[in-house]
Ligand binder design. Sequence first.
Ligand SMILES: Cc1cc2nc3c(=O)[nH]c(=O)nc-3n(C[C@H](O)[C@H](O)[C@H](O)COP(=O)(O)O)c2cc1C
Length: 370
Amino acid sequence: VRPFLGSADTGIELALGSTANDSLPDLKNIVGLPDFEWVAERYLNATRWSFFRTGAGGEWSYRNNLESYGRLRFRPRVLTDITRVEASLNTTLFGHTFSAPFFMSPFGRAEFSHPDAELNLVRGAAEENILYIASMHASKTLDEISAAKAPGQVTGHQFYNEGTDADTLAYFKQVEAAGGKAIFFTVDSAGDGNRHRAARWNVTSVDSGYTYATWDYYKHLGNLTSLPIIPKGIQTVEDAKLAVAAGAPGIFISNHGGRQLDFVPSALEVALEIYEEAPEIFQQIEVYADGGVRYGSDVLKLMALGVKAVGAARPLAFANLYGVEGIKKALQLVKHEIAIDAANMGLGDVHQINASYIKLNNPTWNGWYS
Ligand SMILES: Cc1cc2nc3c(=O)[nH]c(=O)nc-3n(C[C@H](O)[C@H](O)[C@H](O)COP(=O)(O)O)c2cc1C
């Protein structure tokens, strides 16, 4: 067992270490996404903390999600005009324009960090014009989430195959009525997740049991809705190709935050595999990714390989301790980091990033960094 640096030491202990465990530090003292996790670990009770934090098995996938960004180096360019980079962040996803190439990944049981649960998530997303993808296992009902939406707000909705076609059709109709514009079909959870940390507190997956889902079933789902259906949980280039062949308008590279199967590749590793073996996929369809994203630089590394937009879940679950203001602050921090990091890489337009801005075949790629 080697020591694992879950979060870089950037001095939060020195600054906020005297905060009592039952109080939240002032939001103005939060300087980055990892700070919300530091707060949550001290503030939440063991059951709630363990539900959000858990990974599968020995949590190697969880750690690797965080650490793999640290193995890839940038190749920044200098003396280019970057003064308009902030204005370049707008990103169009499934035909709708948002303020950044960043979105909020779906997670269940948001009530564990705030009584208003998903209502804060959807409201914060609206105020910052960021895509929010609601979990099918949200604490609030879809009607409640829908009622909290701003007029015209575009949301995505996550789907697990857990019932009959009639149940699925009813859910899709509800999503459509709620103004949902895309379905994210979670495909990485065919079996239950082996979650030791969560099992100790009896808060393992909400989606347990064995799930029937095949590529034919994926195609069949297209008969039940006209919304784009994006498979969430793609982890190999083979499956990325099968998704294209099945007519998917997009794919979502994800390992469920390392919560389903231990020893699976991080999003960065999967994106690299697709980049090396079938780079045309990034042009053919929209590619989304998440897992361990905590800094603007993580977003940029995935985008350099061709990923269109990048998500995070746990940081938003923890930011929700502060309600809507926490969600807004988290989204503002990420947007700002993406912009200033892109500027320091010499990018006048964040969407011009490509693989020449990262060092492929770096000797540290296969080694541990921390
Ligand atoms: C507490 C929690 C609950 C989650 N619930 C769902 C879910 O209901 N559906 C789903 O597709 N993914 C779910 N996920 C996975 C996230 O959508 C996302 O893929 C992953 O957490 C990203 O990694 P990150 O938490 O390191 O950002 C959940 C993740 C967490 C942490």
